[in-house]
Design a protein around this ligand. Structure first.
Ligand code: F6P
Length: 366
């Protein structure tokens, strides 16, 4: 009997746990005998499939052995290129972008791929949906450290990022206290404040600023004045990269017309605003950056990612295309792509975790 073939890609920003998905997917596929399944990885997302020369790699048990503890992705990833926006360099050095999606579907047919799996965040799953709508037998697996995908309660990578961010808060507390300083920590999350909120509660930050709760600098100043008068002369502030003052906007830059916004400047803006408001205590900023994305996944993410990998293979085997693996109400389920796009998940300012944070005297500047 002909072996069945599945192509798997990791797309968008990397995230701790991607390798654990690859490993469990390949191991689960290896259990099938009738027919047998071959798993192929497309290097640097679907650019490996579309590029010249093609860059596809057979993922057998040996290739994935022990990789569940490793950070990054053994098949690489990228935010550039892909079937809908393939860059073509012009003679003047600029780029135009062409749609190669029909060609990609044809290439998959020609090679004999029975299914395609795309592990990625919101943008990547929007691409999966468009490919599915055009007839590609594709399923999605959600990933992002930001935890902002609405169709799933949690994404793997989030807990690993929180672990790093909370440790950073812990470390900043001791140096802030020694020097009587205000230390501002800027964390990732795009327009969502999940990492900032969890790191603030876990680490015991004094101030937590989220995109979902625009801040008033006067309220923060008042909070700090009271704290300093009460005898504590230092403070740790966690600011989400997408946080903004009331009436303001998140700070970021677009590198190219097609790229998403790269957030930067939230911590610095806050530091300047505090000084302008009359805070005389020394302020220093730490931008945590890609430290939150690098390194191996914490055990929680390894477990979640392993479940996603097994479920993803079983969805492929059952022909449940046009769906994404998800974790809902403590169960691993599959959800249609329609539920994924335009369904970002933000921190609800009235949720119990924000209530908890406020109850333990964390200031949100609202
Ligand atoms: O979506 C994950 C994420 O790490 C965001 O938190 C952050 O804003 C963005 O990606 C950074 O992207 P890049 O790696 O392209 O700088």
């Amino acid at each position: 009997m002909r072996k069945k073939k599945v192509l798997i890609a990791t797309s968008g920003g990397d995230c701790p746990g991607l390798n654990a998905v690859l490993r469990s997917f390949v191991k689960r596929a290896g259990m099938e005998k009738n027919p047998e399944w071959e798993v192929w990885g497309s290097i640097q997302s679907f650019n490996g499939l579309l590029g010249q020369p093609q860059d596809l790699r057979l993922l057998d048990r040996k290739a994935v052995s022990g990789i569940h503890v490793k950070g990054g992705t053994i098949i690489g990833t990228t935010k550039r290129g892909g079937p809908f926006n393939w860059p073509v360099k012009q003679s003047d050095g600029s780029y135009t972008y062409v749609d190669r999606s029909d060609e990609m579907i044809q290439i998959c047919k020609d090679i004999g791929f029975d299914a395609v799996v795309n592990i990625g965040g919101d943008g990547s799953q929007a691409m999966s949906k468009r490919l599915f709508d055009k007839g590609l037998p594709i399923i999605g697996v959600p990933k992002t450290i930001d935890n902002d995908l609405g169709a799933t309660d949690v994404t793997f990578g989030f807990q690993s990022a929180v672990d790093v961010a909370a440790e950073a808060v812990d470390r900043l507390v001791s140096t802030a206290e020694s020097h009587n300083r205000i230390l501002v920590l800027e964390v990732m999350g795009k327009n969502s404040g999940w990492i900032a909120l969890h790191a603030s509660v876990a680490g015991g930050a004094e101030i937590c600023l989220l995109p979902e709760i625009p801040y008033d600098i006067r309220k923060i100043k008042h909070f700090l004045d009271q704290r300093f008068e009460g005898g504590k002369k230092f403070a740790v502030v966690v600011v989400a990269e997408g946080a903004m003052p009331k009436g303001g906007i998140a700070l970021g830059v677009k590198e190219t017309e097609l790229s998403s916004v790269r957030f930067e400047g939230a911590a610095q803006r806050l530091a300047e605003a505090l000084q302008l408001a009359g805070i005389e205590t020394g302020i220093r900023c730490t931008i945590l950056g890609h430290v939150q994305r690098g390194g191996g996944p914490v055990p929680y993410d390894r477990v979640l990612a392993s479940q996603y990998g097994v479920k993803a293979f079983e969805m492929v085997r059952e022909g449940q295309f046009g769906h994404m693996v998800a974790f809902q109400a403590n169960k691993i389920v599959s959800v249609p792509f329609e539920d994924v796009s335009n369904n970002a998940k933000f921190v609800d300012p009235d949720c119990f975790l924000v209530h908890t944070a406020k109850s333990i005297n964390i200031c949100f500047g609202d």
